[in-house]
Each structure stands twice: as structure tokens, then as C-alpha cells.
Design a protein around this ligand. Structure first.
Ligand code: CU
Length: 153
């Protein structure tokens, strides 16, 4: 379910051109806002793939043209290092990673099999598109998906 927070702020910035000065350099950036509502969040649950047993959940919040996404896992193997991303599409139809793959830190699984990670993506999520989160088996085995879940908006 999509919650709208900061609705007034969203109307104020959607579709407008904003300028702001970089305090360090004095340079002025011009950002053309995408028509993405601000302060909205997405969430979803991760279910196991390939018998991994891994479950979890995630939340994404879009603010100022950036997406803050956090993921929590359970029932993973202690010490595992798991790559993860937001992808466009659905778990059944992968249309590619959202943002820069390097923006997603590896998930390191704790001794109790839980893990969490957070990424700040330099792009917004577009409410007109579908997204999902997947967790890959290892940095050298991205092909194997161990958990996946669609973002509910
Ligand atoms: Cu991925």
C-alpha cells in the first residue's frame, strides 16, 4: 500500500525546475524533477528461491529524487555475503538493476542468520513502473537468486 507523506511538498516540486547552489564550489546545479511523487514509500516481502529458506522484507522511500532502500533477511547462513538490488520488472520478468549496482553494499549475514543492509540510490522510483528486490547467491554467482519479492505500491 502506498502512503503519501509530505503531500504538499510533492505538489510543490513535481514537474518544476529547481536551482540550488553548491556551498563548497559556488556552482549552481539545475535539477529537473521527474514526475515522481516525493515522500512515498514502497515495501514488500522476500520469499525464498531455490530452496534457500531465506525470507525477509524491504522498504523503499523516495525523497528528493533519490531512493533510500533497506532490506532485512532471516534464515540465511551465518557469514554469507549476499549481493542484492532493486530491479525494474517483477520477480518473473527482470528488466535490470535500478541505479548503479555499486550503490548496493553486500549483505553480511550475522551468526543468527539475520542480516540487514541499506542503499541510497541516485534515482527515483517511478510509480508507473514495477520493481522488485532480489538477493543473489554470492558475488561470483549472481545468476542464482536466493530470495525475491515484488515492491508493493
Ligand atoms: Cu539483483
Amino acid at each position: 500500500m502506498r502512503r503519501m507523506i509530505l503531500t504538499m511538498a510533492a505538489f510543490a516540486v513535481v514537474g518544476c525546475v529547481r536551482t540550488h547552489a553548491n556551498e563548497a564550489t559556488g556552482a549552481v546545479d539545475v535539477d529537473i524533477e521527474s514526475p515522481t511523487k516525493q515522500g512515498e514509500d514502497w515495501s514488500g516481502s522476500l520469499s525464498a528461491r531455490g530452496g534457500s529458506g531465506i525470507t525477509g522484507s524491504f522498504k523503499a522511500l523516495v525523497v528528493d529524487g533519490k531512493t533510500n532502500i533497506s532490506v532485512n533477511l532471516a534464515n540465511a547462513m551465518a557469514g554469507q555475503q549476499l549481493p542484492w538490488h532493486v530491479h525494474e520488472g517483477t520477480c518473473d520478468s527482470d528488466m535490470g538493476i535500478v541505479g548503479d549496482a555499486s550503490a548496493y553494499p553486500l549483505i553480511t549475514v550475522a551468526n543468527d542468520g539475520t542480516a540487514s543492509a541499506n542503499a541510497m540510490l541516485g534515482v527515483s522510483l517511478d510509480e508507473a513502473k514495477d520493481y522488485f528486490v532480489n538477493v543473489h547467491a554470492s558475488p561470483t554467482n549472481l545468476q542464482t537468486i536466493v530470495a525475491c519479492g515484488d515492491l508493493d505500491d
